[in-house]
Design a protein around this ligand. Structure first.
Ligand SMILES: Nc1ncnc2c1ncn2[C@@H]1O[C@H](COP(=O)(O)OP(=O)(O)OP(=O)(O)O)[C@@H](O)[C@H]1O
Ligand SMILES: [Mg+2]
Length: 246
């Protein structure tokens, strides 16, 4: 199953979620590929992968084979990103069927994995479109603030368009509340609003705000490794069980 972690809004814990879901799935004995499709190379930074390594950029440009650039971190197979993805976007702009490039490359290795997790850029760019076309499901991490929810409609209408035109089998697995401050009434109000407005599943296991989640990337490891007993590690482990059972 290929799952994209997507939200065009910046800083909604997409990268944190992609890494920690992957780590949690591996701990449940699943075979996992984590693929970075974000322009800043955050997966690489957060998993201590140097920028010299070949990345998905060179695969999309047809310069290397996808199976030749897979690295291992914490039992996860990782395909890193680097900043040259921005150039890729320009150079594949005129290629025919350019929304399906990633799908085509992933089809070579997809069968080796129980889950492929794709970390997306905070934009609805051609690269994100490639991720949506390659995916079976998406997870939308969302902050339960007024600012966080603004833009959700645009995200959902983009997904509807992709379903209609490019990838009819794409499904929204759910909205994942992240960096949640459970003491705040506003979070509860917004959660109720989401449930009323959109008939989309909201994961039962939301991810609480916790400093350990923010600290882990500077140590180059997941929060499940860095602070296994922290609330964010526990939340991600519970979320992984919910994903496996869904
Ligand atoms: N549960 C959490 N508690 C506290 N801070 C968190 C939590 N999850 C993520 N963060 C912090 O929030 C910030 C944004 O997270 P992250 O980089 O994962 O978001 P993103 O959606 O990938 O961002 P971008 O859109 O720039 O790619 C980071 O500084 C991260 O460490
Ligand atoms: Mg990111």
């Amino acid at each position: 199953m290929i799952i994209s972690i997507v939200n065009q809004k910046g800083g909604t814990a997409k990268t944190t979620t992609a890494i920690n879901i992957s780590s949690g799935l591996v701990k449940q004995d699943k075979k996992v590929l984590l693929l970075g499709m974000d322009l800043q190379g955050d997966i690489s930074y957060a998993l201590n992968i140097t920028n010299q390594e070949k990345s998905i950029s060179e695969v999309l440009m047809g310069e290397v084979l996808i199976q030749d650039i897979i690295l291992q971190r914490e039992g996860i197979d990782v395909i890193p990103t680097n900043i040259s993805l921005a150039d890729v976007e320009l150079s594949i702009g005129k290629v025919e069927n350019n929304s399906y490039l990633l799908k085509t490359y992933l089809s070579v290795i997809n069968k080796n994995y129980d889950y492929v997790i794709i970390d997306c850029s905070p934009s609805l760019s051609l690269l994100t479109l490639n991720a949506l076309c390659a995916s079976d499901q998406i997870i939308i991490p969302l902050q339960l603030t007024v600012m966080g929810v603004n833009g959700l409609e645009l995200m959902l209408s983009t997904v509807e368009k992709v379903k209609k035109i490019l990838n009819p089998s794409l499904k929204i697995m759910g909205i994942l509340p992240v960096i949640v401050d459970k003491r705040k009434n506003l979070s509860k109000e917004i959660m109720n609003y989401l449930i009323e407005m959109f008939s989309i599943r909201i994961f039962k296991n939301s991810i609480r705000a916790n400093v350990k989640a923010a600290e882990a990337p500077s140590f180059g490891i997941s929060v499940l490794e860095y602070a296994p007993n922290s609330t964010s590690a526990i939340d991600y482990k519970n979320l992984v069980k919910e994903i496996i059972n869904s």
